[in-house]
Each structure stands twice: as structure tokens, then as C-alpha cells.
Design a protein around this ligand. Structure first.
Ligand SMILES: Cc1cc2nc3c(=O)[nH]c(=O)nc-3n(C[C@H](O)[C@H](O)[C@H](O)COP(=O)(O)O)c2cc1C
Length: 313
């Protein structure tokens, strides 16, 4: 057996495969099920301070090549999050699979408030979603698309955490929908981010029902995810790793197999998120991909998977 464990900002994961935000990530029992199926850790869906309505149905369309979603980040608010997070943390067993809490807000100030609330719950890592394309119409351009805005959110979150959880690592989730992702990455790292999550969905895109001549999603447009994203994610991770070699990255976008995950790690990812892969291979995707990584390592005489991080020639 190869050693699949990795360390992200001082937190140990038994393998690098984590549930990406927004997929199966609503309750403690669902998170436990993902861990039972082989995930090294889990990310919650994006958590809002107050209840937030999503978009009307239909919100997802998927085929062999891609998924479009306009779920619209619905959430019950911070009270419900507290119940589920404390349930998960209390009963997570001896292996202690890490919990990454993902937060979202509509203003810089609210990012600070929600960070403080969630920081008190003592997750292992805080992921700051500044890059959701589906809430754009509500709040203007996503914070992830302007370096100054992205930096302001990061600073506010770090400042808020100083009071309640000064050691909690913060990873900021970047958007692919920008001209220069390295510039944004540098801005958030300068503002205090400990890690980066690369990346959220692409787009938004649109699919049309040609019989009715109407967009398939009720929201008309949605974020693109799934296999077609992987080359973009790999390139972005690679470019950021070249510019910021010390900053750990959670690589996310189109990973379905262990080989996909290894490719992302070679580009520079320490952890690898799987989201849409759950749709294609079921929740078993984590165990299957971990076994595939192990088989690859054995065949290639790699004893420690983490030795592959950033090794693309
Ligand atoms: C249905 C759906 C819901 C999502 N919800 C969230 C969310 O709440 N917060 C977030 O940061 N990302 C969210 N994402 C983005 C994913 O976490 C991930 O970054 C993206 O889908 C690319 O990875 P994938 O191809 O493995 O799905 C969502 C994606 C999908 C498909």
C-alpha cells in the first residue's frame, strides 16, 4: 500500500480526495456517508449567515460531457450549520476526517460576520467562496473577479477569525472566469490567505431545449462543471504553483478518477476536490479513485503520494 496521506496547512488527510462544496454536503449524516465511501475529508456546501433562497427548478442539467447548475446556493443559515457541524465533529470517529467549512456572503462585512460565527464552531479549515457565478445578478460581479475585492474579503475574514480562531487555516476559492487568475491569487495571498481552492465552476453557460426554444435551466444560465473542466483547472493550478510555490492548493474541476487526481497533484494540488464526479460514478467515487491512486503508485514505485505534488517537468 502506498502512503496516500497529505498535509494541508497543518491538517492531515488520510488521502487527498475531498468532497467539493455544494455536493451532498448538507447534513452530518451525509458527510459521514461520504467519509465511509473513502473521502479523505469533506467540504460543506456554502454557508450563509441567514437563510438564503436558491433558484427555481430545474436547477441542474447533466450529460456525458458536462453539468450545468444554477442551484443558487440555497441555505438554512448559520444556526442549522452549527447543528450539523457540531454533530459531525462530535462523532467523527478515531480517524478524524477533516471538515472544511465553506462560507459565502453578499458583502465584505458579512464575510467577516459569517467567518466569526463559523470559526467558533472549530472546523479544521475555512474555505471562502468568493467565486460563485450563480449569485452574480444579486450581488454584482463576484468578488473573485476583481483583485482588490478578493483581497478585501480575505482581510476581513482573517481579521474576524483573530478573535475566535486565530490558527484556523483559510483557503480562498478562486474563479476561472477572470483574465489573470495568478494576479487574483497573489492578491488574496498578500491579504493573508493560507491556501487557495482552484477552482469554482466556469461560465455561466446555457443549454437550450430546441423543441420549446427555451433555456433548460429556469435561471437560464448556470455554472459549468464536470470532465471538460479538468484541463482548465490543471493549467490554472500549474500557473499558480509556479508563481506561489509555497501556497497549498485544493485542486477542483472535472476529477473522476485516481489518475485525474494524480494529474492535478503533479500540476501542484495538495488536496483534490471531487464534485460532479459524484454524479458520474456515485458516492463510491472517493473509494474507487483512492484505489486507483494506490494502484498507480504501486505500479510506478511511488511510496508516498505527496511526493508527486508539483512534479510536472
Ligand atoms: C450542483 C453544484 C453545486 C455547487 N455548489 C457550490 C457551493 O455551494 N459552493 C462552492 O464553493 N462551490 C459549489 N460548487 C462548485 C464545486 O464545488 C466545484 O468547485 C466545481 O463544480 C468544479 O468541480 P467538479 O467538476 O468536480 O464539480 C457547486 C457545483 C455543483 C455542480
Amino acid at each position: 500500500m502506498a502512503d496516500l496521506s497529505v498535509n494541508f496547512c497543518g491538517v492531515t488527510f488520510k488521502n487527498p480526495l475531498v468532497l467539493a462544496s455544494g455536493i451532498l454536503g448538507i447534513t452530518a449524516s451525509s458527510w459521514r456517508n461520504v467519509v465511509r465511501n473513502g473521502a479523505g475529508g469533506i467540504t460543506t456546501k456554502s454557508l450563509w449567515l441567514n437563510e438564503h433562497q436558491g433558484h427555481p427548478n430545474p436547477v441542474i442539467i447533466a450529460n456525458d460531457h458536462y453539468m450545468l447548475n444554477a442551484v443558487g446556493v440555497p441555505d438554512a443559515g448559520v444556526k442549522k450549520a452549527e447543528e450539523e457541524i457540531s454533530l459531525f465533529l462530535k462523532k467523527r470517529g478515531a480517524s478524524k476526517p477533516p471538515l472544511i467549512a465553506n462560507i459565502i456572503a453578499g458583502s465584505v462585512r458579512d464575510y467577516g460576520v459569517i467567518a466569526e460565527e463559523i470559526g467558533r464552531m472549530k472546523p479544521d479549515i475555512l474555505e471562502v467562496n468568493i467565486s460563485c457565478p450563480n449569485v452574480e445578478s444579486e450581488f454584482g460581479t463576484p468578488f473573485a473577479c476583481v483583485a482588490g475585492d478578493a483581497a478585501r474579503v480575505t482581510k476581513e475574514v482573517k481579521k474576524a477569525l483573530k478573535k475566535v480562531a486565530p490558527k484556523l487555516p483559510v483557503t480562498v476559492k478562486l474563479s476561472p472566469n477572470v483574465e489573470n487568475i495568478v494576479e487574483i491569487a497573489k492578491a488574496v495571498v498578500d491579504a493573508g490567505a493560507d491556501g487557495l481552492t482552484v477552482m469554482n465552476t466556469v461560465g455561466p453557460g446555457m443549454a437550450i431545449n430546441i423543441e420549446s426554444r427555451t433555456p433548460i435551466l429556469a435561471n437560464r444560465v448556470g455554472g459549468l462543471s464536470g470532465p471538460s473542466l479538468k484541463p482548465l483547472a490543471v493549467k490554472f493550478i500549474y500557473s499558480i504553483r509556479q508563481a506561489l510555490p509555497e501556497i497549498p492548493i485544493i485542486g477542483t474541476g472535472g476529477v473522476l478518477t485516481g489518475e485525474d487526481a494524480i494529474e492535478m497533484m503533479m500540476a501542484g494540488a495538495t488536496l483534490v476536490g471531487i464534485g460532479t464526479g459524484v454524479y458520474y460514478r456515485g458516492v463510491e467515487v472517493f473509494g474507487l479513485a483512492a484505489a486507483e491512486m494506490n494502484a498507480w503508485c504501486t505500479a510506478n514505485k511511488v511510496k508516498k503520494l505527496s511526493s508527486l505534488i508539483g512534479t510536472v517537468k
